[in-house]
Write a protein that binds this ligand. Structure first.
Ligand code: ADP
Length: 270
């Protein structure tokens, strides 16, 4: 995986055959930065959940006789939560390599965006921990041509971030509206927000906002994947402050299919 990503970066560098030596050196340094960021992310993000799984499973085995039902369930829950975290991480890495090598070709199914939002919210159920998710849908929302699984992954990653970075119990809002030939989907939270100078870079691979106390564990991959998927759909994504300048709103703009496409939806993919 590491080699694939490094090769992709090296290939990109070779393709830009006219770049100067200085630019070559800068790109090589960037490849090296990505390689070491990937290595430290891999070791941290694999080892942390693995350590929890090993700890909880060995407690289950060693203290089986003295554990009551609640403790046993707690340990089993830890094992499941951490295994799911590993699963998300691996899924993100796979998406990232496919995006980088151009292998991720989105399907173009006719999809009602509200169905995708509903499944992402359902999938995020455990992360939400009874936090309210308010979904506001424009009644005039058209069908879009999307890859339902990839778009669900995008909304899921954004909900995951909203849960990680905003205080427990504060609500998350998903808001959609049609503006001419674009559909806007926003995922907004009431957390600390993203500083203006970081709002572009948070969509780069492995970029995380420095705030001294490294707020919470993460890989710096989630938003890079969101951007890759949205752009593969011909859309754009950005981060903005929420209403009254507080919190974070990640805004996705997706193209509404042209009227010609709308006349004859493909019955197989509809
Ligand atoms: P990760 O969350 O794994 O670090 P992401 O690519 O999803 O990686 O996010 C990149 C960085 O952007 C995060 O490390 C965090 O600093 C910042 N960020 C993302 N979403 C939010 C949010 N909803 N509120 C505040 N900061 C955020």
């Amino acid at each position: 995986l590491l080699d694939t990503l490094a090769d992709q970066a090296a290939l990109a560098i070779e393709r830009t055959s006219l770049v100067s030596d200085i630019e070559q050196a800068r790109l090589a340094a960037e490849t090296e930065r990505l390689r070491s960021a990937l290595l430290s992310s891999l070791s941290h993000d694999l080892r942390t959940p693995l350590a929890s799984i090993l700890g909880a499973s060995s407690s289950l085995i060693s203290y089986d006789a003295s554990l009551n039902a609640v403790d046993r369930l707690d340990l089993a829950q830890t094992i499941q939560d951490e295994a799911e975290r590993l699963n998300r991480f691996v899924q993100n890495l796979l998406d990232m390599t496919r995006l980088g090598s151009g292998q991720l070709k989105p399907r173009a199914d006719w999809v009602d965006p509200r169905d995708i939002i509903a499944s992402a919210v359902e999938r995020a159920g455990k992360l939400l921990r009874r936090r309210a998710v308010k979904v506001e849908i424009d009644p005039a929302l058209p069908l879009l041509r999307l890859d339902p699984m990839l778009m669900e992954q995008v909304i899921f990653n954004l909900l995951d971030n909203a849960c990680k970075y905003s205080p427990a119990g504060t609500p998350i809002t998903i808001w959609t509206v049609r503006r001419d030939d674009t559909v806007l989907i926003e995922v907004c939270d009431q957390g600390p927000g993203i500083p203006e100078e970081d709002r572009e870079r948070v969509f780069d691979m492995f970029y995380r906002v420095e705030d001294g106390d490294s707020r919470t564990a993460g890989t710096g991959l989630g938003l890079a994947i969101c951007r890759g998927i949205i752009e593969a759909h011909g859309g754009r994504v950005s981060a903005q402050p929420g209403l009254n300048g507080a919190g974070t709103c990640v805004v996705m703009r997706l193209p509404v299919p042209a009227p010609a496409e709308l006349v004859e939806p493909n019955p197989e993919s509809a």
